[in-house]
Design a protein around this ligand. Structure first.
Ligand SMILES: Cc1cc2nc3c(=O)[nH]c(=O)nc-3n(C[C@H](O)[C@H](O)[C@H](O)COP(=O)(O)O)c2cc1C
Length: 321
């Protein structure tokens, strides 16, 4: 008789231990609590909260969303109430959270990132911090932090100095060498990397002869970007030893498996939640089934297995089961 053990799906991201390797992408799942009537939040790993900035932001002019084949363009413009209001009114609601809460920090200067990171990380309700560094740096002619390895190093170092909590740095695909940025983020003290944020894009209304987004350009997400994201994870996994949270167009368990095999230790689900908020539950069940079918006892056993140059070998060394 074959006895099936329930595979271990847990993952360690720095000091943060997650029972499930599924995170909800920033800006795509609220605080998670809104979904509690429909979804068993205890069966997801973590919710990454909407990015928060030092000052309140009204966001971009509308329209902010455009449907595209196999995905969507968004240009929300980081609408948020600012860190002071956020700490006073929002964060306390997460005290009884059923899953981990990852605060997301955005900014327009190194000082902004350090300031918001320090205040957010100081709260017990926040389990870890993600740095959304796909923002322009006002001090250097608007260059995007994540597009410059040296600027990435500076902002990560500044945030790192403010907290011992797990620091996840979210990389942008809008670069020529994502591995170079990843190495700098790791050297500057990141505990994990989120790979990838949205891909720059644009759509035009051919009757009105103008861009369809109020902001003109936006970020493409959803299934359309999945192959770009898988490649990015594959390349970053060869460059660093810290864990990767793979994301970009994950809708099914097969999609998720591609990311683990490319070298991600965990995955994040964003756009797919808009059409089916139960996507994370489906994927967790599917991962469990897949590992059982292949007689594997833990998710770490498949991390990087399709990536021959994968550096992070401690993930699966010695696991035959
Ligand atoms: C409407 C929308 C809002 C988003 N807001 C944020 C945000 O505030 N901060 C951030 O780091 N990423 C944000 N993202 C990016 C997602 O978290 C995710 O990294 C990206 O969409 C790729 O994953 P997906 O294809 O599964 O959505 C947003 C994405 C969408 C679609």
């Amino acid at each position: 008789m074959v006895t099936r053990v329930t595979p271990d799906l847990s993952v360690q991201l720095g000091r943060l231990h997650l029972a499930y390797p599924t995170l909800m992408g920033s800006g795509c799942y609220g605080s998670g609590i809104e979904y509690a009537p429909f979804v068993d939040l205890a069966r997801i790993g973590a919710v990454v909260l909407k990015s928060v900035t030092r000052q309140p932001r009204l966001g971009n002019p509308t329209p902010r969303l455009v449907h595209t084949p196999a995905g969507m363009l968004n240009a929300i413009g980081l609408q948020n109430p600012g860190i002071a209001w956020y700490l006073e009114h929002d964060v306390a609601k997460y005290a009884d959270r059923p899953c981990a809460m990852v605060g997301s920090v955005a900014g327009f200067s190194i000082d902004d990132y350090a300031y918001v990171c320090e205040r957010l990380a100081a709260r017990a309700e926040i389990d870890a911090i993600e740095l959304n560094i796909s923002c322009p740096n006002v001090a250097s002619e608007g260059e995007t932090f994540a597009c410059d390895p040296a600027l990435t190093a500076k902002v990560v170092r500044a945030a790192r100095a403010t907290t011992d909590k797990t620091l996840i740095v979210k990389l942008s695909p809008n670069v020529t060498d994502i591995a170079a940025v990843a190495r700098e983020a790791e050297a500057a003290g990141a505990d994990a990397l989120a790979v990838i944020n949205t891909v720059r894009g644009m759509a035009i209304d051919v009757e009105a002869w103008r861009p369809r987004l109020g902001n003109v350009t936006g970020g493409l997400s959803g299934a359309a970007i999945r192959p770009i994201a898988v490649l990015a994870v594959y390349e970053v996994a060869r460059a660093v030893r810290i864990p990767i949270v793979g994301q970009g167009g994950i809708e099914t368990v097969t999609d998720a498996l591609e990311f683990f095999l490319a070298g991600a230790s965990a995955i994040s689900i964003g756009t797919a939640n808009f059409t089916d908020p139960r996507t994370p539950e489906r994927i967790v069940a599917g991962l469990s089934e897949y590992l059982q079918r292949r007689n594997l006892t833990r998710i770490g056993a498949i991390v990087g297995r399709a990536n021959r140059g994968f550096a992070n070998r401690q993930e699966y060394e010695g696991d035959q089961g």
